[in-house]
Design a protein around this ligand. Structure first.
Ligand SMILES: Cc1cc2nc3c(=O)[nH]c(=O)nc-3n(C[C@H](O)[C@H](O)[C@H](O)COP(=O)(O)OP(=O)(O)OC[C@H]3O[C@@H](n4cnc5c(N)ncnc54)[C@H](O)[C@@H]3O)c2cc1C
Length: 386
């Protein structure tokens, strides 16, 4: 993988080991993601295998979790997304959006029940925040939880939920009507409860090798103990998104770097007008720009890891890195596709698959626009959302 400024030489032994094991896992165990992308399927046999490898929330501690460095976790996301954004999304949702809130805000019973199983990939989780009418502004959500004796009754609908059709448990964010001001609270909702349905969304032209669905909740009764006790308000879901966006900032580097390597190899092999196309200045300019932009994204990800490890990372740092690195991957995958000519539009080569995936990655976990507004507010002190 492209490493123009030799950042790999700064990795610890643990970080190096994780990169190597992720690469050999992808080479040895992961089927052709181009085929899965075409079929619109996720290779579900990988779910427990990724658990065995320790790929879910490896940066958390306790409950048998590996507790690796934040940089090691980021590097893992990079390697997974170099293969396919669907693979990284599986690990991101399970780790950063489901295990993280249970770890950070759950009761001891919730942690003991779910963290070992989710970490091992014996259970699948999903994160239900987005609603049909409320995407970029989730604080306007309509899903509600009403107390009824020792239970809560949940009603509402969530959409665009990664893994909901295969999930055993959903972290559902809902307005708690039992509390003054109806704050947003997280609820662990087992998907086999009466009143829960999780229809699959089939018509995607992006992130096709990932299962996406809805969650419909109709008078779903859950014990009051299923509420996450440790957080109230939007900081609950937003703190999960900060964790996941950190992984995306790293993952996008992987997707872009894979496109670069494919384009460089193609430019070396493919001959036109009697010589490899990589020998023409126009193609060299593309490679030079691609390598520069990917290197900048990589350096940003490494610095972000340092800040996270030191406990100094702010959500706005993550917004800048997610915003920049995904835009880089989106732009550069397109250049790589172009360099492959007609072959570039097939699933035999990864750039157009990455390019299409990036449309989702650019949109979820805060759209590019929303991260622009987060940065704008941070830089001016004035918020411009509405
Ligand atoms: C494949 C996929 C998987 C997903 N997985 C999950 C998941 O697991 N869990 C989950 O909860 N959600 C998930 N999402 C949902 C995702 O987070 C939302 O799609 C995203 O937040 C944007 O919301 P929206 O689609 O409703 O767009 P909207 O919010 O309707 O935005 C539409 C457009 O308006 C722009 N816009 C919105 N507000 C403003 C403003 N104030 N100023 C300027 N422009 C604005 C946006 O940038 C965008 O371009 C997923 C989405 C996809 C596509």
């Amino acid at each position: 993988m492209l490493d123009y400024f030799d950042m790999e030489s700064t990795l610890s032994e643990e970080e190096r080991l994780l990169v190597d094991s992720a690469r050999s896992f992808i080479d040895g165990e992961v089927p052709d993601m181009g085929d899965h992308w075409i079929d619109g399927t996720f290779p579900t046999e990988l779910v427990p295998k990724m658990g065995e490898m320790g790929f879910y929330a490896p940066n958390l501690d306790g409950y048998g979790l590996p507790d690796v460095s934040e940089r090691a976790y980021g590097l893992l996301m990079r390697e997974l997304e170099a293969c396919d954004s669907g693979l990284r999304s599986m690990a991101s949702v399970q780790g950063a959006l489901v295990m993280y809130p249970i770890h950070a805000f759950g009761s001891d019973e919730q942690k003991e029940e779910w963290l070992p199983r989710l970490g091992a990939g014996e259970a699948v989780g999903c994160f239900g925040l987005t609603e049909p009418e409320h995407g970029s502004n989730p604080s306007a959500m309509e899903t509600m939880a009403e107390p009824d004796g020792d239970k809560y009754v949940l009603n509402g609908s969530k959409t665009w939920i990664t893994n909901s059709p295969i999930a055993d448990v959903a972290v559902v964010w809902a307005k708690d009507h039992g509390e003054e001001g109806t704050p947003v609270r997280g609820f662990l909702v087992e998907t086999d409860r009466d009143g829960v349905t999780t229809n699959k969304i089939d018509e995607k032209l992006s992130l096709r090798a990932s299962i996406t669905g809805e969650i419909s909740l109709q008078n779903v009764r859950v014990p009051a103990e299923n509420r996450l006790p440790g957080v109230s308000g939007m900081k609950g879901p937003l703190s999960c998104l900060t964790q996941a966006r950190y992984g995306i900032a790293w993952g996008a580097v992987g997707a872009a770097a894979d496109c670069f390597e494919v384009a460089r190899e193609y430019a070396t092999d493919r001959e036109q007008f009697g010589k490899p196309i990589g020998g023409f200045q126009l193609q060299q300019e593309k490679l030079a720009e691609m390598a520069t932009q990917i290197t900048l994204a990589q350096l940003l990800a490494h610095r972000l890891a340092d800040l996270k490890e030191a406990g100094e990372m702010r959500p706005q740092h993550v917004s800048m890195a997610k915003r920049n690195n995904v835009r880089t991957a989106r732009d550069q995958s397109r250049i790589a596709r172009e360099m492959l000519g007609g072959n570039g539009i097939t699933a035999d080569y990864s750039p157009m698959r990455h390019m299409a995936n990036m449309e989702t990655v650019y949109t979820y976990e805060g759209t590019h626009d929303i991260h622009t507004l987060i940065l704008g507010e941070d830089l001016t002190g004035m918020q411009a959302y509405q």
